[in-house]
Design a protein around this ligand. Structure first.
Ligand code: PA5
Length: 474
Protein backbone atom coordinates (compact mmCIF):
# COMPACT_ATOMS: atom_id res chain seq x y z
CA UNK A 1 0.00 0.00 0.00
CA UNK A 2 1.32 3.41 -0.95
CA UNK A 3 1.26 6.13 1.71
CA UNK A 4 -1.10 8.33 -0.33
CA UNK A 5 -3.72 5.59 -0.14
CA UNK A 6 -4.03 6.36 3.56
CA UNK A 7 -6.65 9.08 4.19
CA UNK A 8 -4.98 10.27 7.39
CA UNK A 9 -1.64 10.72 5.64
CA UNK A 10 -3.29 12.59 2.77
CA UNK A 11 -5.01 14.97 5.17
CA UNK A 12 -1.74 15.54 6.99
CA UNK A 13 -0.28 16.72 3.67
CA UNK A 14 -2.99 19.28 2.94
CA UNK A 15 -1.66 22.66 1.76
CA UNK A 16 -2.74 25.70 3.77
CA UNK A 17 -3.58 29.13 2.40
CA UNK A 18 -3.35 32.11 4.75
CA UNK A 19 -4.59 35.42 3.35
CA UNK A 20 -4.83 37.46 6.52
CA UNK A 21 -2.20 39.84 5.17
CA UNK A 22 -4.33 40.64 2.13
CA UNK A 23 -7.08 42.02 4.35
CA UNK A 24 -7.59 45.61 5.49
CA UNK A 25 -7.73 44.56 9.16
CA UNK A 26 -4.10 43.50 8.90
CA UNK A 27 -2.57 45.53 6.12
CA UNK A 28 -4.55 48.77 6.31
CA UNK A 29 -6.66 50.65 3.82
CA UNK A 30 -4.73 49.46 0.79
CA UNK A 31 -5.84 45.90 1.53
CA UNK A 32 -9.02 44.07 0.60
CA UNK A 33 -12.06 44.80 2.74
CA UNK A 34 -14.13 41.89 4.03
CA UNK A 35 -17.16 43.73 2.63
CA UNK A 36 -15.54 43.85 -0.84
CA UNK A 37 -15.15 40.08 -0.80
CA UNK A 38 -18.73 39.60 0.35
CA UNK A 39 -20.10 42.00 -2.30
CA UNK A 40 -18.49 40.01 -5.07
CA UNK A 41 -19.99 36.72 -3.87
CA UNK A 42 -22.66 36.52 -6.64
CA UNK A 43 -19.93 36.90 -9.28
CA UNK A 44 -17.81 34.24 -7.63
CA UNK A 45 -20.76 31.90 -7.47
CA UNK A 46 -21.54 32.42 -11.14
CA UNK A 47 -17.88 31.83 -12.07
CA UNK A 48 -17.75 28.70 -9.86
CA UNK A 49 -20.79 27.37 -11.68
CA UNK A 50 -19.17 28.06 -15.07
CA UNK A 51 -16.02 26.24 -13.92
CA UNK A 52 -18.14 23.25 -13.04
CA UNK A 53 -19.98 23.38 -16.37
CA UNK A 54 -16.67 23.55 -18.22
CA UNK A 55 -15.04 20.74 -16.21
CA UNK A 56 -15.39 18.31 -19.12
CA UNK A 57 -13.85 20.80 -21.59
CA UNK A 58 -10.88 21.46 -19.33
CA UNK A 59 -9.17 18.18 -20.22
CA UNK A 60 -6.12 19.01 -18.08
CA UNK A 61 -8.43 18.68 -15.08
CA UNK A 62 -8.96 15.03 -15.92
CA UNK A 63 -5.25 14.18 -15.89
CA UNK A 64 -5.03 13.12 -12.22
CA UNK A 65 -7.86 10.66 -12.80
CA UNK A 66 -7.58 9.37 -16.34
CA UNK A 67 -4.09 8.07 -16.90
CA UNK A 68 -3.60 4.70 -15.23
CA UNK A 69 -2.72 3.03 -18.55
CA UNK A 70 -0.41 5.89 -19.55
CA UNK A 71 1.29 5.86 -16.15
CA UNK A 72 1.99 2.16 -16.61
CA UNK A 73 3.61 2.82 -20.01
CA UNK A 74 5.61 5.73 -18.62
CA UNK A 75 6.94 3.63 -15.76
CA UNK A 76 8.00 0.90 -18.19
CA UNK A 77 9.75 3.36 -20.47
CA UNK A 78 11.35 5.13 -17.51
CA UNK A 79 12.71 1.82 -16.21
CA UNK A 80 14.22 1.11 -19.64
CA UNK A 81 15.81 4.59 -19.76
CA UNK A 82 17.16 4.18 -16.23
CA UNK A 83 18.77 0.86 -17.15
CA UNK A 84 20.32 2.05 -20.38
CA UNK A 85 21.23 5.70 -20.01
CA UNK A 86 23.47 8.11 -18.19
CA UNK A 87 21.63 11.20 -19.40
CA UNK A 88 18.04 12.09 -20.27
CA UNK A 89 17.67 15.29 -22.28
CA UNK A 90 14.33 17.06 -22.64
CA UNK A 91 14.08 19.19 -25.77
CA UNK A 92 11.17 21.60 -25.50
CA UNK A 93 10.18 25.12 -24.58
CA UNK A 94 7.51 26.97 -22.57
CA UNK A 95 4.91 24.59 -21.23
CA UNK A 96 6.90 21.66 -22.57
CA UNK A 97 9.89 22.46 -20.36
CA UNK A 98 9.00 24.58 -17.33
CA UNK A 99 6.90 21.90 -15.61
CA UNK A 100 9.52 19.15 -16.01
CA UNK A 101 12.18 21.50 -14.62
CA UNK A 102 10.03 22.65 -11.68
CA UNK A 103 8.95 19.18 -10.60
CA UNK A 104 12.37 17.60 -10.89
CA UNK A 105 14.05 20.46 -9.04
CA UNK A 106 11.45 20.25 -6.30
CA UNK A 107 11.61 16.51 -5.81
CA UNK A 108 15.09 15.33 -6.70
CA UNK A 109 18.26 15.91 -4.72
CA UNK A 110 19.09 19.62 -4.94
CA UNK A 111 22.40 18.86 -6.64
CA UNK A 112 21.09 15.90 -8.58
CA UNK A 113 23.33 16.09 -11.65
CA UNK A 114 26.43 16.59 -9.52
CA UNK A 115 25.89 13.38 -7.55
CA UNK A 116 27.87 10.29 -8.48
CA UNK A 117 25.71 7.84 -10.48
CA UNK A 118 25.44 5.40 -7.58
CA UNK A 119 23.84 8.07 -5.39
CA UNK A 120 21.52 9.46 -8.07
CA UNK A 121 17.97 8.12 -8.39
CA UNK A 122 18.21 8.13 -12.20
CA UNK A 123 20.28 9.38 -15.13
CA UNK A 124 21.36 13.01 -15.26
CA UNK A 125 18.57 15.29 -16.47
CA UNK A 126 19.05 18.21 -18.83
CA UNK A 127 16.08 20.32 -19.90
CA UNK A 128 17.12 22.32 -22.93
CA UNK A 129 14.59 25.11 -23.13
CA UNK A 130 16.68 27.53 -25.14
CA UNK A 131 18.39 27.57 -28.48
CA UNK A 132 21.38 29.71 -27.71
CA UNK A 133 24.01 28.11 -29.97
CA UNK A 134 26.59 28.22 -27.18
CA UNK A 135 24.27 26.24 -24.94
CA UNK A 136 23.52 23.68 -27.65
CA UNK A 137 27.21 23.21 -28.37
CA UNK A 138 28.09 22.92 -24.70
CA UNK A 139 25.65 20.06 -24.21
CA UNK A 140 27.73 17.98 -26.61
CA UNK A 141 30.65 18.31 -24.21
CA UNK A 142 28.83 16.79 -21.25
CA UNK A 143 26.78 13.92 -22.70
CA UNK A 144 27.73 10.68 -24.39
CA UNK A 145 25.17 10.24 -27.20
CA UNK A 146 25.43 6.47 -27.01
CA UNK A 147 24.25 6.66 -23.37
CA UNK A 148 21.66 9.42 -23.83
CA UNK A 149 17.95 9.50 -24.56
CA UNK A 150 16.39 12.68 -25.94
CA UNK A 151 12.74 13.34 -25.12
CA UNK A 152 11.50 15.84 -27.69
CA UNK A 153 8.31 17.49 -26.44
CA UNK A 154 6.07 19.72 -28.48
CA UNK A 155 2.31 19.76 -28.32
CA UNK A 156 1.93 21.53 -31.64
CA UNK A 157 4.69 19.47 -33.22
CA UNK A 158 5.89 22.51 -35.08
CA UNK A 159 7.63 24.92 -32.69
CA UNK A 160 10.78 26.12 -34.45
CA UNK A 161 12.97 25.96 -31.37
CA UNK A 162 12.08 22.38 -30.54
CA UNK A 163 12.09 21.12 -34.11
CA UNK A 164 15.52 22.60 -34.74
CA UNK A 165 16.73 20.94 -31.53
CA UNK A 166 15.36 17.65 -32.83
CA UNK A 167 17.26 18.09 -36.11
CA UNK A 168 20.39 18.84 -34.11
CA UNK A 169 19.97 15.87 -31.76
CA UNK A 170 19.24 13.49 -34.64
CA UNK A 171 22.38 14.56 -36.44
CA UNK A 172 24.44 14.27 -33.26
CA UNK A 173 23.06 10.78 -32.64
CA UNK A 174 23.45 9.58 -36.24
CA UNK A 175 27.11 10.55 -36.19
CA UNK A 176 27.60 8.61 -32.98
CA UNK A 177 25.37 5.55 -33.26
CA UNK A 178 24.16 5.45 -36.89
CA UNK A 179 20.77 3.88 -37.51
CA UNK A 180 20.34 3.11 -33.82
CA UNK A 181 19.55 6.84 -33.32
CA UNK A 182 15.85 5.98 -33.25
CA UNK A 183 16.33 4.10 -29.98
CA UNK A 184 17.59 7.34 -28.45
CA UNK A 185 14.62 9.59 -29.20
CA UNK A 186 11.23 9.63 -27.50
CA UNK A 187 8.58 11.92 -28.97
CA UNK A 188 5.87 13.54 -26.83
CA UNK A 189 3.32 15.32 -28.96
CA UNK A 190 -0.25 15.52 -30.20
CA UNK A 191 -1.57 12.21 -31.49
CA UNK A 192 -2.66 13.63 -34.84
CA UNK A 193 -1.55 17.21 -35.45
CA UNK A 194 1.86 18.62 -36.28
CA UNK A 195 5.07 17.41 -37.79
CA UNK A 196 6.58 15.57 -34.85
CA UNK A 197 3.95 12.86 -34.99
CA UNK A 198 4.72 12.37 -38.71
CA UNK A 199 8.43 12.08 -37.96
CA UNK A 200 7.75 9.74 -35.05
CA UNK A 201 5.63 7.46 -37.22
CA UNK A 202 8.07 7.50 -40.14
CA UNK A 203 10.90 6.49 -37.83
CA UNK A 204 9.00 4.25 -35.47
CA UNK A 205 10.00 6.33 -32.45
CA UNK A 206 8.73 5.60 -28.96
CA UNK A 207 5.89 8.09 -28.57
CA UNK A 208 3.73 9.55 -25.83
CA UNK A 209 0.75 11.78 -26.44
CA UNK A 210 -0.27 15.15 -25.09
CA UNK A 211 -4.00 14.57 -24.69
CA UNK A 212 -6.38 16.60 -26.79
CA UNK A 213 -7.46 19.78 -25.03
CA UNK A 214 -4.39 19.93 -22.77
CA UNK A 215 -2.43 23.10 -23.58
CA UNK A 216 1.30 23.47 -22.98
CA UNK A 217 1.24 25.29 -19.66
CA UNK A 218 -1.43 22.97 -18.28
CA UNK A 219 0.40 19.82 -19.39
CA UNK A 220 2.80 19.05 -16.55
CA UNK A 221 0.67 16.18 -15.23
CA UNK A 222 0.56 14.33 -18.56
CA UNK A 223 3.52 12.55 -20.23
CA UNK A 224 5.10 15.98 -20.83
CA UNK A 225 6.16 16.11 -17.19
CA UNK A 226 5.56 12.60 -15.96
CA UNK A 227 8.15 10.85 -18.09
CA UNK A 228 11.09 13.03 -17.01
CA UNK A 229 9.92 12.79 -13.40
CA UNK A 230 9.66 9.00 -13.52
CA UNK A 231 13.08 8.75 -15.18
CA UNK A 232 14.49 10.66 -12.20
CA UNK A 233 12.85 8.24 -9.77
CA UNK A 234 10.01 10.55 -8.70
CA UNK A 235 6.79 8.83 -7.63
CA UNK A 236 4.44 10.04 -10.36
CA UNK A 237 1.46 8.19 -8.91
CA UNK A 238 1.86 10.17 -5.71
CA UNK A 239 2.17 13.37 -7.76
CA UNK A 240 -1.13 12.62 -9.48
CA UNK A 241 -2.75 11.62 -6.18
CA UNK A 242 -1.79 15.01 -4.72
CA UNK A 243 -3.35 16.78 -7.70
CA UNK A 244 -6.53 14.69 -7.35
CA UNK A 245 -6.69 15.56 -3.63
CA UNK A 246 -6.44 19.28 -4.40
CA UNK A 247 -8.96 18.99 -7.22
CA UNK A 248 -11.46 17.68 -4.67
CA UNK A 249 -10.73 20.59 -2.29
CA UNK A 250 -11.16 22.99 -5.20
CA UNK A 251 -14.50 21.52 -6.21
CA UNK A 252 -16.13 23.35 -3.30
CA UNK A 253 -18.76 25.62 -4.84
CA UNK A 254 -18.54 28.29 -2.14
CA UNK A 255 -15.72 30.32 -3.65
CA UNK A 256 -14.66 31.70 -0.28
CA UNK A 257 -14.03 28.19 1.02
CA UNK A 258 -12.30 27.00 -2.14
CA UNK A 259 -8.51 27.54 -1.96
CA UNK A 260 -7.99 28.09 -5.69
CA UNK A 261 -11.00 30.37 -6.06
CA UNK A 262 -10.21 32.54 -3.06
CA UNK A 263 -6.62 32.96 -4.28
CA UNK A 264 -7.89 33.99 -7.71
CA UNK A 265 -10.55 36.29 -6.28
CA UNK A 266 -8.00 38.09 -4.11
CA UNK A 267 -5.62 38.57 -7.05
CA UNK A 268 -8.41 39.91 -9.25
CA UNK A 269 -9.57 42.33 -6.54
CA UNK A 270 -5.96 43.40 -6.07
CA UNK A 271 -5.60 43.93 -9.84
CA UNK A 272 -8.62 46.22 -9.71
CA UNK A 273 -6.77 48.21 -7.03
CA UNK A 274 -3.78 48.64 -9.34
CA UNK A 275 -1.68 45.66 -8.26
CA UNK A 276 -0.46 44.61 -11.66
CA UNK A 277 2.50 42.61 -10.38
CA UNK A 278 2.30 39.13 -8.84
CA UNK A 279 5.41 38.06 -6.93
CA UNK A 280 5.93 34.42 -6.04
CA UNK A 281 8.55 34.06 -3.32
CA UNK A 282 9.30 30.54 -2.10
CA UNK A 283 11.33 30.19 1.08
CA UNK A 284 12.31 26.75 -0.13
CA UNK A 285 15.21 26.47 -2.55
CA UNK A 286 13.78 23.39 -4.21
CA UNK A 287 10.69 25.39 -5.20
CA UNK A 288 12.55 28.20 -6.92
CA UNK A 289 11.72 26.80 -10.38
CA UNK A 290 8.05 26.53 -9.43
CA UNK A 291 8.16 30.30 -9.80
CA UNK A 292 9.24 29.98 -13.44
CA UNK A 293 6.46 27.52 -14.13
CA UNK A 294 3.91 29.72 -12.32
CA UNK A 295 5.17 32.82 -14.14
CA UNK A 296 4.35 31.27 -17.51
CA UNK A 297 1.02 29.91 -16.33
CA UNK A 298 -0.13 33.23 -14.90
CA UNK A 299 1.34 35.49 -17.60
CA UNK A 300 0.37 33.55 -20.69
CA UNK A 301 -3.08 32.63 -19.42
CA UNK A 302 -4.21 36.05 -18.18
CA UNK A 303 -2.19 38.46 -20.33
CA UNK A 304 -4.93 39.10 -22.86
CA UNK A 305 -5.94 42.03 -25.00
CA UNK A 306 -9.51 40.88 -25.51
CA UNK A 307 -12.21 39.56 -23.21
CA UNK A 308 -14.32 36.65 -24.47
CA UNK A 309 -16.96 39.28 -25.28
CA UNK A 310 -14.54 40.88 -27.77
CA UNK A 311 -14.05 43.96 -25.57
CA UNK A 312 -10.50 45.30 -25.41
CA UNK A 313 -9.29 44.80 -21.81
CA UNK A 314 -5.49 44.50 -21.84
CA UNK A 315 -5.69 42.26 -18.77
CA UNK A 316 -2.99 40.49 -16.81
CA UNK A 317 -0.55 40.76 -13.98
CA UNK A 318 3.21 40.65 -14.47
CA UNK A 319 4.68 37.70 -12.58
CA UNK A 320 7.91 38.28 -10.73
CA UNK A 321 10.09 35.48 -9.43
CA UNK A 322 11.78 35.94 -6.08
CA UNK A 323 13.49 33.58 -3.68
CA UNK A 324 13.60 33.78 0.08
CA UNK A 325 15.94 34.57 1.69
CA UNK A 326 18.15 35.47 -1.26
CA UNK A 327 15.90 38.24 -2.56
CA UNK A 328 15.48 39.82 0.86
CA UNK A 329 18.84 41.32 -0.02
CA UNK A 330 17.70 42.36 -3.47
CA UNK A 331 13.94 42.90 -3.88
CA UNK A 332 12.37 43.26 -0.43
CA UNK A 333 13.34 46.94 -0.11
CA UNK A 334 11.10 47.53 -3.13
CA UNK A 335 8.34 45.32 -1.78
CA UNK A 336 8.14 47.27 1.48
CA UNK A 337 8.83 50.83 0.40
CA UNK A 338 8.03 50.78 -3.31
CA UNK A 339 4.72 51.39 -5.06
CA UNK A 340 1.52 49.60 -4.06
CA UNK A 341 1.44 47.71 -7.33
CA UNK A 342 2.13 44.15 -6.28
CA UNK A 343 0.79 41.17 -4.38
CA UNK A 344 3.37 38.86 -2.87
CA UNK A 345 2.70 35.17 -2.45
CA UNK A 346 5.07 33.50 -0.02
CA UNK A 347 5.57 29.76 -0.31
CA UNK A 348 6.79 28.01 2.79
CA UNK A 349 7.01 24.59 4.41
CA UNK A 350 6.32 23.27 7.88
CA UNK A 351 9.25 20.86 7.67
CA UNK A 352 12.36 20.96 5.54
CA UNK A 353 13.59 17.53 4.48
CA UNK A 354 16.76 17.85 6.50
CA UNK A 355 17.77 19.71 9.63
CA UNK A 356 21.11 21.50 9.63
CA UNK A 357 22.38 22.89 12.95
CA UNK A 358 24.35 26.09 13.22
CA UNK A 359 27.45 25.09 15.23
CA UNK A 360 28.59 26.73 18.48
CA UNK A 361 31.56 29.08 18.31
CA UNK A 362 32.72 32.60 19.13
CA UNK A 363 30.94 32.85 22.48
CA UNK A 364 32.92 36.01 23.14
CA UNK A 365 31.21 37.77 20.19
CA UNK A 366 27.52 37.89 21.22
CA UNK A 367 26.38 39.23 17.81
CA UNK A 368 27.63 36.01 16.21
CA UNK A 369 27.12 33.63 19.15
CA UNK A 370 23.34 34.23 19.23
CA UNK A 371 23.06 32.15 16.05
CA UNK A 372 24.73 29.14 17.70
CA UNK A 373 22.48 26.39 18.87
CA UNK A 374 19.81 27.32 16.35
CA UNK A 375 19.35 25.51 13.04
CA UNK A 376 19.26 26.78 9.47
CA UNK A 377 15.66 25.57 9.57
CA UNK A 378 14.85 28.00 12.38
CA UNK A 379 16.79 30.79 10.73
CA UNK A 380 15.04 30.58 7.36
CA UNK A 381 11.61 30.25 9.02
CA UNK A 382 12.32 33.26 11.22
CA UNK A 383 13.38 35.23 8.15
CA UNK A 384 10.21 34.26 6.30
CA UNK A 385 8.05 35.29 9.27
CA UNK A 386 10.02 38.53 9.62
CA UNK A 387 9.62 39.38 5.93
CA UNK A 388 5.90 38.63 6.02
CA UNK A 389 5.67 40.95 9.02
CA UNK A 390 7.70 43.73 7.40
CA UNK A 391 5.70 43.58 4.16
CA UNK A 392 2.43 43.66 6.09
CA UNK A 393 3.60 46.51 8.33
CA UNK A 394 4.46 48.54 5.24
CA UNK A 395 0.85 48.21 4.07
CA UNK A 396 1.60 45.93 1.11
CA UNK A 397 -0.56 42.88 0.49
CA UNK A 398 0.74 39.33 0.74
CA UNK A 399 -0.48 35.82 1.35
CA UNK A 400 1.21 32.57 2.26
CA UNK A 401 0.81 29.05 0.96
CA UNK A 402 2.34 26.44 3.26
CA UNK A 403 3.24 22.88 2.30
CA UNK A 404 3.56 20.50 5.24
CA UNK A 405 6.71 19.30 3.45
CA UNK A 406 7.95 19.05 -0.11
CA UNK A 407 7.07 15.66 -1.56
CA UNK A 408 5.42 14.35 -4.72
CA UNK A 409 1.95 14.59 -3.15
CA UNK A 410 2.25 18.22 -2.05
CA UNK A 411 3.82 19.23 -5.37
CA UNK A 412 0.86 17.62 -7.15
CA UNK A 413 -1.42 19.67 -4.89
CA UNK A 414 0.48 22.88 -5.63
CA UNK A 415 0.37 22.38 -9.40
CA UNK A 416 -3.35 21.70 -9.33
CA UNK A 417 -3.97 24.66 -7.01
CA UNK A 418 -2.17 27.13 -9.29
CA UNK A 419 -3.81 25.73 -12.43
CA UNK A 420 -7.27 26.06 -10.93
CA UNK A 421 -6.47 29.50 -9.52
CA UNK A 422 -5.47 30.57 -13.03
CA UNK A 423 -8.55 29.10 -14.68
CA UNK A 424 -10.81 30.75 -12.10
CA UNK A 425 -9.06 34.11 -12.49
CA UNK A 426 -9.69 33.79 -16.24
CA UNK A 427 -13.39 33.28 -15.51
CA UNK A 428 -13.52 36.30 -13.20
CA UNK A 429 -11.77 38.45 -15.78
CA UNK A 430 -14.02 37.13 -18.55
CA UNK A 431 -11.15 36.03 -20.78
CA UNK A 432 -9.91 32.87 -22.42
CA UNK A 433 -7.11 31.59 -20.17
CA UNK A 434 -6.23 28.76 -22.51
CA UNK A 435 -5.05 30.42 -25.70
CA UNK A 436 -1.92 32.46 -26.43
CA UNK A 437 -2.45 34.58 -29.56
CA UNK A 438 0.49 36.82 -28.65
CA UNK A 439 2.89 33.86 -28.59
CA UNK A 440 1.47 32.50 -31.82
CA UNK A 441 2.16 35.84 -33.52
CA UNK A 442 5.85 35.61 -32.62
CA UNK A 443 6.00 31.99 -33.81
CA UNK A 444 4.50 32.97 -37.18
CA UNK A 445 6.93 35.86 -37.58
CA UNK A 446 9.83 33.47 -36.93
CA UNK A 447 8.53 31.06 -39.57
CA UNK A 448 8.25 33.95 -42.03
CA UNK A 449 11.78 35.21 -41.33
CA UNK A 450 13.23 31.72 -41.84
CA UNK A 451 11.27 31.08 -45.03
CA UNK A 452 8.82 28.40 -43.89
CA UNK A 453 6.43 27.51 -46.73
CA UNK A 454 3.00 29.11 -46.37
CA UNK A 455 4.23 32.24 -44.58
CA UNK A 456 4.92 34.49 -47.58
CA UNK A 457 2.16 36.95 -46.60
CA UNK A 458 3.57 37.26 -43.08
CA UNK A 459 7.03 37.80 -44.59
CA UNK A 460 5.62 40.60 -46.77
CA UNK A 461 4.01 42.14 -43.67
CA UNK A 462 7.37 42.06 -41.87
CA UNK A 463 9.19 43.48 -44.88
CA UNK A 464 6.73 46.37 -44.97
CA UNK A 465 7.82 47.55 -41.52
CA UNK A 466 9.27 51.08 -41.51
CA UNK A 467 13.06 51.06 -41.99
CA UNK A 468 15.11 51.64 -38.83
CA UNK A 469 15.61 55.36 -38.21
CA UNK A 470 19.25 56.16 -37.50
CA UNK A 471 18.21 59.07 -35.26
CA UNK A 472 17.05 56.54 -32.74
CA UNK A 473 20.25 54.51 -32.63
CA UNK A 474 23.43 55.35 -30.80
O1 PA5 B 1 1.51 27.13 -22.93
C1 PA5 B 1 1.69 27.04 -24.13
O2 PA5 B 1 0.85 26.57 -24.90
C2 PA5 B 1 3.00 27.49 -24.76
O3 PA5 B 1 3.84 28.10 -23.85
C3 PA5 B 1 3.71 26.30 -25.34
O4 PA5 B 1 3.97 25.36 -24.34
C4 PA5 B 1 5.03 26.67 -26.01
O5 PA5 B 1 4.83 27.71 -26.92
C5 PA5 B 1 5.61 25.47 -26.73
O6 PA5 B 1 4.67 24.96 -27.62
P1 PA5 B 1 4.75 23.47 -28.14
O7 PA5 B 1 4.57 22.54 -26.99
O8 PA5 B 1 3.62 23.36 -29.11
O9 PA5 B 1 6.07 23.31 -28.79
Amino acid sequence: MKRFENREWRDSMRLRVDYNNMMQEFVGMRGIGAAMLAEQRPQYEAAALRMEEKRGEMKWRQLPFSQSEVVHQILETAAWVRRNCDAFVVLGIGGSALGPIAVQQALSHLRYNDLPAAKRSGPKLYVEDNIDPERMASLMDVIDPARTVFNVITKSGSTSETMSQLLWATDFLKNAVGDAWREHVIATTDAEKGNLIKIAKENDLRTFFVPDGVGGRFSELCPVGLLAAAVCGIDIEELLAGAAYMDALCSEQDALKNPAYILAALEVLAMKQGCNISVLMPYVDSLRFMSDWYAQLWAESLGKRYACSGREIYAGQTPVKALGVTDQHSQVQLYTEGPFDKVITFLGVDRYRVEVPIPHAYDHIPDVAFLSGHTFNELIKAEQAATEYAVCKSGHMSKTITLPEVNAFTIGELICLFELQTAFAGELLGLNAFDQPGVEEGKKATYALLGKPGFAAKKAELDARPARDMRYQV
